[in-house]
Design a protein. Sequence first.
Length: 95
Amino acid sequence: SSTQFFRSSPFFLTIRAAMGESNKDMAENAFDIHDRATTAGRIGRVRQIITNDSLTSEVDLEVGLLPGLPFRVKGTVITRASLKVKSSETLELQV
């Protein structure tokens, strides 16, 4: 599946917000480094569960321990954030 869903998780949104708009290129570079570090793996199902006051992102991953070795680790990365609606187009998240 697309890495764009993974990048919209509260984890990556927090990184992007912490780095600020002036460091947008640096944040994208960090995402690219993450992609390269996990090239021996894959991103599986991505689920985002939104309630009135929370966003939960669940991402299934399968990652190789070391490039070239046939050992893989499978798991789910879960990130939870509190959610406040600020306007019809703006949500505030706190991880």
